[in-house]
Design a protein around this ligand. Sequence first.
Ligand code: 5CA
Ligand code: ZN
Length: 411
Amino acid sequence: MRAWTSAEIPTLAVTGPEVSLHDTATQGRVTATPTGTARLYVCGITPYDATHIGHANTYLAFDLLNRAWRTAGHPVRYVQNVTDVDDPLLERADKVGVDWVELAERETELFRQDMEALRILPPAEYVGAVESIPLVIDLIQRLDAAGAIYRVEDDLYYAVSADPAFGRESNYDRETMLRFFGERGGDPDRAGKKDPLDPVVWLGERPGEPSWESPFGPGRPGWHIECAAIALEHLGGAFDVQGGGSDLVFPHHEMCAGHTQVVSGEPFARVYSHAGMVAYGGEKMSKSLGNLVFVSALRNSDIDPMAVRLTLMRHHYRTDWEWTDDQLWQAVDDLATWRRALSLGAGAAAGPVVTEVLAALADDLDAPRATAAVDAWAAATLGTDGLADTSDPDAAATLLPVLDAALGLTV
Ligand code: 5CA
Ligand code: ZN
């Protein structure tokens, strides 16, 4: 599948520090030092509705990682999927009376435009579930050979009992797993399953739904097996970081980890990294609740996408927070202040700001700390904190490429 066009990344005169990240599995800090090319997989959208601020927040978090790795001198191989066939997409297409393929293509295209506007660097491989069905079939066969697959009527299930370390990624107790499994696409009450937590890997053909031929009969892929198959094909096992929102910690990322462990004895990813959830109107912003702020709607009302990006960066990626319009207007004002200061050319000393921005990002992607350093520089330059400081004649020329390459902001 086609990704989107990359923003240019200026080459910096400085090299950033190695990036350390919080790892969900070990619940601690890991210095994610890649050997050679850094390998990143981020779970993509299910394209049945437009990109909302919650999605944007998650893709921004991993864009900061992508940029921090590049700044530290590592080439990055980034892979992202599109869940272009799944229950929510088929249900929405049915409800609004459009063809599911058309709906998926339309919303994926809008997502591309939103990502491009927010200057989120594209993946090297942008891969759909439908085009990956042969990979899914192959992985199910490998799981089957390892004794991890069983049939309930026309559906195939993965037995979580096949993986002795099941639970390694999420660290949840069984009660929490059961709750999330039921809330997040699972079917804990299906009769005939060996364990209520076993996820479906191949759904036998349902009347009126799309299906593909397979050695197990016609059907379509389950969700978790999709990401496991795509990541293993395009990155290989034990890649550096798997990313997504925290709603994917369980069951999605746990199951991806389990499938891989069972077929190869290798971990799926070295680090499991999760972005916090963005709320709106008191609840998690979600397509199913409908409490959404769309990136495209903001763009259509002539909001500067860089202000949207800055609004997101004012929150640490791991925190849960609530979107309010006031924060967006504050970001519009802050960008105007930065632009005023940068337009002077000279300013307060830029060298320490560059060091602080790169150090903050390498420190578990601390964008609030990085952007605060730029605020302080602009205040000193403009004299809003006292006397104007224009002692560094090259301040703007030093800062602009760093704001662009590391923070993704053109100002
Ligand atoms: N296609 C699957 C992943 S394989 C999926 O979860 N799609 S999604 O469209 O529902 O979400 C896309 C990404 O946005 C996921 O990483 C998800 O964790 C994240 N996300 C969804 N809602 C929010 C939210 N309110 N705040 C932050 N991130 C969110
Ligand atoms: Zn996924």
